[in-house]
Structures are given as C-alpha cells and as structure tokens.
Design a protein around this ligand. Structure first.
Ligand code: AKG
Ligand code: FE2
Length: 261
C-alpha cells in the first residue's frame, strides 16, 4: 500500500493542484523539498534495510572536475575547466536492493511516477535499461563527501533515508549554467572559480530523514559536505529517463559501481 510508504495525508501527490504548485516552485527555485514525505514507518524499515545491505556497497574515491568531463590539456591544471574536486562514497544498486523493498514499490508506483512526470514536465518516465542504475542507495560514512559538480541529467529525485549527526549538507548555487536552456557551451568559469574559492554565496538545503528532494542539477553547481560523526548518511536516488530503453554507459557503470551488470 502506498499509504504505508508515503505520507499521503500531508502530500496530496495525486491532485492536480498540488502538482501545479510543485511544478511552479521547481521552475522558480530549481529545487523542491517535501519534508516527511516518507512515513516514519517507511524511514525505519529503509534504515534497517540500508544497514543490512551496507557491506555490499562499492566504494569509490575519485578526483574529477565540476563538469564531470575528461581533463582538457588545452587548459592549465588549476583552471576551472580542470580544477580537481574530490568525491568519496559507497553505493548499492537496483539489483542489490531486495525486490520487496519499499524503494522498488515507490519507484514503480504509477501514482508516484505520474506525480513526478507532472512536476518535471515530462510526458512519461522510464526505468533504466540496465540492471544497476534505476535505484541506488548511497552511503557516506565519516569524512566522505560529494565534491562540487553539475549533473549530466536534467533532474534528480532523492530520498534522505538517514541523516548524519552533522555534515552531509547539500549545498548549491542555482543557475550557474544555462544548459537546460540549450546553451551547451556555457561553462561560466568565473562563477565556478569563485564558488570553489569560497568567494560566492551558496545555499544549503536543510532536510531530515524522510524528505523527498526534486532537483535540477544540470545548471546548479552543488555538493554534499563531508559526513561528521559515526552515523552514515544514507540517501536513495531514484533515476528515470524521458525515453524508454536508455542504459547508463558501460564506462559510467564501471566508474560508479565497479561492474557493468
Ligand atoms: O546526495 C545528495 O543529496 C545529492 C547527490 C548528487 O548530487 C548526485 O548524486 O549527483
Ligand atoms: Fe549531483
């Protein structure tokens, strides 16, 4: 039952009025947060499940630029084009999450998908064609973080499952680029440098376990600060495509998951 998972009393996701309200907030701010989207029961179940499967997580530590692109030798190494930032996290994949998990139920739910499609302005949402990429559970233990970056995909859907004692804060600067408006060669090196040099105001999202976040991360530079304390940050990413049959590339799967299937 969807009511076991989603707090449908508070969040009227099946109504047109609520979808319209979310859509205009997302268009205006690039992000929306729905606190207590998951029921306390679902948070409890998903935290336990996450802990049970944590030993299967594949951990990566990587140095990358904010654009998540290959190094370009035409530019100096400390130029915004190449400036390295560090990301370290662990993750389990769709196939490692029990088929009975609330995450699968939610991911497949027609009511939930219709809500997301309406808010995101997509005709339909499709699962990934590969067995790994649709649902990921991320783990960030003490000191682990996600460095500043732009996403490749135009939207992201996340659920905070477990909040660390401190740190693990999602920080972002909206509208650094204009890729979603069709300007694929907009790099905005100056603003990127200012943000990396801590010379630019950044916003942070305050959220607790159970929050749903919808985020447009292709134009907004964002990061997650290092986890502080012994409680692991756990966050589920629900990834959809606008078209059917799309798989994450094998090289990206090797980078994120250490295997292709
Ligand atoms: O962990 C988060 O809250 C955001 C994750 C993120 O930015 C990403 O996976 O690209
Ligand atoms: Fe991101």
């Amino acid at each position: 039952m969807l009511e076991d998972i989603i707090n449908t009393e508070r969040w009227r996701i099946h109504t047109e009025a609520f979808c319209n309200q979310c859509r205009s907030s997302l268009d205006q701010d690039g992000v929306i947060v729905l606190p207590d989207f998951l029921t306390p029961h679902a948070v409890d179940v998903l935290q336990n499940e996450g802990r049970r499967h944590q030993s299967k997580a594949y951990y990566t530590q990587s140095s990358h630029n904010v654009y998540l692109t290959q190094y370009d030798a035409e530019y100096p190494s400390q130029h915004a084009r190449n400036r390295p930032v560090v990301s370290s996290k662990g993750c389990i994949t769709t196939d490692q999450i029990p088929t009975t998990s609330y995450l699968h139920t939610l991911y497949k739910s027609e009511v939930f998908k219709t809500f997301l499609a309406n808010v995101l302005g997509e005709a339909e949402l499709y699962e990934y064609a590969d067995p790994l990429s649709s649902i990921n559970l991320h783990y960030a233990g003490e000191g682990q973080e996600l460095g500043w970056h732009f996403d490749n995909s135009s939207f992201a859907i996340t659920l905070l499952i477990q909040k660390p004692e401190a740190g693990g804060v999602f920080e972002y600067v909206p509208n650094v680029r204009t890729h979603d408006k069709g300007n694929a060669d907009d790099w905005n090196f100056d603003t990127v440098n200012a943000i990396l040099d801590q010379q630019y105001p950044v916003q942070s999202l305050s959220m607790d376990a159970g929050s749903l976040v919808l985020f447009r991360g292709r134009n907004a530079l964002h990061r997650v600060t290092p986890t502080v304390g012994i409680t692991t940050r756990m966050l589920a990413v629900l990834a959809y495509n606008s078209e059917p049959g799309v798989a994450l590339s094998e090289s990206a799967r090797m980078t994120f998951y250490g295997r292709i299937g």
